[in-house]
Ligand binder design. Sequence first.
Ligand code: GAL
Length: 460
Amino acid sequence: MKTFPNDFIWGTATSSYQIEGATKLHGKGPSIWDAFSSIPGKVHNGETGDIACDHYHTFKEDIQLMKNMGVKAYRFSIAWARVMPTGKDKINEAGIQFYSDLIDELLKADIVPWVTLYHWDLPLALQLENDGWLGTSLPHYFAAYADLCFERFGDRVKNWITLNEPWVASILGYGQGVFAPGRISTSEPYLAGHHFILAHAKAVHIYRNKYSHQNGKIGITNNCDWREPLTDSKEDKEAAERALEFFLAWFADPIYKGDYPKTMKERLGDRLPKFSSEEKDMIKGTSDFFGLNHYTTMYAAHNDGNKKEQSVYGNGGISEDQHVDLSLDDNWKLTSMNWAVVPWGCKKLLQWIDARYDKPDIYITENGCAYNDELVNGEVNDQERLDFYQGYLKACQEAISEGVKLKGYFAWSFMDNFEWASGYDKRFGLHYVDFKTLKRTPKKSALWFGEVIKNNTADI
Ligand code: GAL
């Protein structure tokens, strides 16, 4: 049995487009994910978030399920186009009301809201009129939207996350074209990423300057896999470090150190935009905590450029820029996303962050796994997920006991939901959702996780 610190935050996480449904109801404007998922061939089985888990109508029941589990905190995101249908100017009061009711219901249940302002569902009008995240005006519009959210919800919300995983939004949305807005390019990801960082920093300044009386915390959530050197060679060790820099330091270095990593600047040349010195000052120090989404690990090896790099879908970034080959160990177990289950990679990543960014408070804002769960006689025996959580929580506990300031852990996800381009096939939830009846059933892992939360102790 291992015990966690008394003030450890235990939570679950979701995002708006993945669970809410009601995409056209009560004045909500379309988002880039509404548009993207409506194009045949973009999402598995042609599925969309039109109904999803219908959380827009069932949020009270869902909060009751969270309460039954003993969840202390809930991370959800606001759909920008629900509160500002075109992303700017006009406010949709019905959308504000929905999130206001959701927040009140959480507080009534003693669950602390952790609110993400942007989890990829950009208002479509900003894509059409302002070129989405390639447009120089996006940071301005994002900051104005953030301002509205602080004003309306900040009396009750004390934990804000500006952006979820700008790496995924940039690489999958603007590099590989497999996520909205579906663009394919080797330079646009770096331009989009640049605007994400500026948008984040502007929002944080508004929060700190105008809303300091609300006494909240604000940060950003980045995602990163662990990269383990394939061999002990100097080349492979450097390749693994480089891969982590192109993944996590791309976004975290400007925020914690004031600029992009040197290796990115050297390798990308003009494809990596530059920050002015005023911008560097504005960006540096704009995170009260280090939000981390972590799912898996790969080996990294140096590629000398003579053979074509092994490019790994969704996990390597633009590998030609890095000269890194990624691979898996045949002995690693895989989830139904084909992501390897490697708990020690989580511990190493936490230690890497701790060392590189000078011991920040870290919150794992997502960790979890997809399996082909089935409902049998009213129960879901997801033993593999339970094993996954035991492994990863053990890694977290070890990192804490060795000095890493890990302050909280949010399981992804509270319930099965719309898994982006993979549709509803990939089940990440602690609760099983029958997508015909929309009935929720706690899986075995939910019952186990609930016990961990109640006792602050886990049999790991
Ligand atoms: C993250 C993302 C979530 C969820 C999860 C599982 O990248 O923030 O929305 O889909 O991955 O793939």
